[in-house]
Ligand binder design. Structure first.
Ligand SMILES: Cc1cc2nc3c(=O)[nH]c(=O)nc-3n(C[C@H](O)[C@H](O)[C@H](O)COP(=O)(O)O)c2cc1C
Length: 375
């Protein structure tokens, strides 16, 4: 039986559009590198999601690219053409059959795309500035105004496909250094037209994507369909996004009547750099947002007590990423009072039992320190 102290994790939450989440646990979006070469979702991928969708209130899928030049990962499934609707429908149905809400994460990789994955190796971004981080060394080409407009429409088109495929919503991937973030970042956006030049203008692209997606939802969705937005609060580069920039973004997003905001950090309790503040980045954001829109917190939450402590800091929804790969039965174990049986380290013999597709397994095993238990 569920221990009474954990009941806050199992309270339902109704989002502004009327969609009700059964509980406070969300599966974080995680790329699995395992789709078919034609861009369709593979059998292994479907099995991986089925194994993890039971119990959580909402599953946010791996990201899908909205235009061909936005493909950021090998084995990333496609969301850029109507031919992919049956594939997307299969994924949505598999997740929903387990009782969770299914949310498609939509994305463009921008300057982080590997050249071999995009047409003619033509890497694009806000400006011709290469990423300083691992994997992003190509010098991108700055997009033209018309191309930017067309990518904004691409986010809308993929949203329409998500609606037709039966998803409960989309999450705009404005985090982790990809194109939406590249437009908001003073590192990657050096434009001086309407898409850049000041903090306000760097917001033009993210907010245009939000407006376009909301327009498509109003036009095409016959049932409640949620729109969430994920962002990274700070960048390590100089110049780069600071906490102060992020609070301006958060205000603008809160005005857009989204269903949730999702903060992307590796540690829920991490604090801002260079600022004298004892609170974590997520707490600062939560305070700014107040009750305007629910916030999803994430990052190194492994045990039931970790999740409870995070929730009790005032964040209404908690996402689990690596932990749901390590223990797909996390929610069920807490619900049954077996939280002491939750596994928090990956066992190297458990790929099959945990239903982890080969390319994802290889990625995990070959990157020591990423997952607890893999040294
Ligand atoms: C294998 C893997 C793939 C990921 N892919 C994505 C992704 O497609 N989109 C995204 O927004 N975040 C992605 N992330 C980040 C996670 O959503 C999450 O923010 C991060 O892992 C921290 O949470 P955790 O400590 O619960 O794993 C990925 C993380 C992992 C481990």
């Amino acid at each position: 039986m569920l221990k009474s102290k954990y009941t806050p994790l199992f309270e339902s939450l109704t989002l502004s559009n009327g969609i009700q989440l059964e509980n406070r646990i969300v599966m974080a979006p995680m790329t699995n590198f395992s789709s078919n070469p034609d861009g369709t979702v593979s059998d292994d991928e479907v099995k991986y999601y089925v194994r993890r969708s039971k119990g959580v209130g909402m599953v946010i899928t791996a990201c899908t690219y909205v235009t061909a030049n936005g493909k950021g990962f090998h084995g990333e499934f496609a969301g850029d053409s109507d031919d992919m609707i049956p594939s997307l429908r299969r994924l949505a149905a598999a997740i929903k059959a387990q009782g969770a809400k299914a949310v498609l994460q939509i994305f463009h990789g921008g300057r982080m795309c590997p050249p071999e994955l995009v047409p003619n190796g033509d890497i694009v971004s806000a400006s011709a500035v290469p990423a300083e981080r691992e994997g992003g060394a190509s010098v991108p080409r700055a997009l033209s105004d018309a191309e930017i407009e067309s990518i904004v429409r691409g986010f809308g088109e993929t949203t329409r496909r998500a609606i037709e495929a039966g998803f409960d919503g989309v999450e705009l991937h404005g985090a982790n250094g990809y194109l939406i973030q590249q437009f908001f970042s003073p590192h990657s956006n050096r434009r001086d037209d309407r898409w850049g030049g000041s903090l306000e203008k760097r917001l033009t692209f993210p907010l245009s994507v939000v407006d376009e997606v909301k327009k498509v939802v109003a036009k095409h969705a016959k049932e409640p369909f949620l729109v969430g937005y994920r962002f990274s609060p700070e960048e390590p580069e100089t110049p780069g996004i600071t906490m102060a920039d992020t609070l301006v973004l958060v205000d603008a997003l809160a005005d857009k009547k989204l269903d949730y905001l999702h903060v992307s950090v590796m540690d829920f309790w991490s604090s801002p750099r260079g600022v004298e503040d004892t609170r974590s980045r997520i707490e600062i954001i939560q305070e700014r947002v107040g009750d305007q829109v629910p916030v999803i917190g994430v990052g190194s939450i492994y045990t039931a007590d970790d999740a409870l402590k995070a929730l009790q800091s005032g964040i209404p929804l908690i996402a689990l990423g690596r932990e749901l790969i390590i223990d797909p039965d996390w929610v069920e174990k807490v619900e049954q009072g077996r939280e002491s049986e939750i596994e928090t380290r990956l066992n190297k013999n458990d790929q099959e039992r945990l239903v982890i597709p080969d390319p994802l397994w290889q990625a995990i095993i070959n990157r020591p320190g990423w997952f607890p238990g893999v040294e």
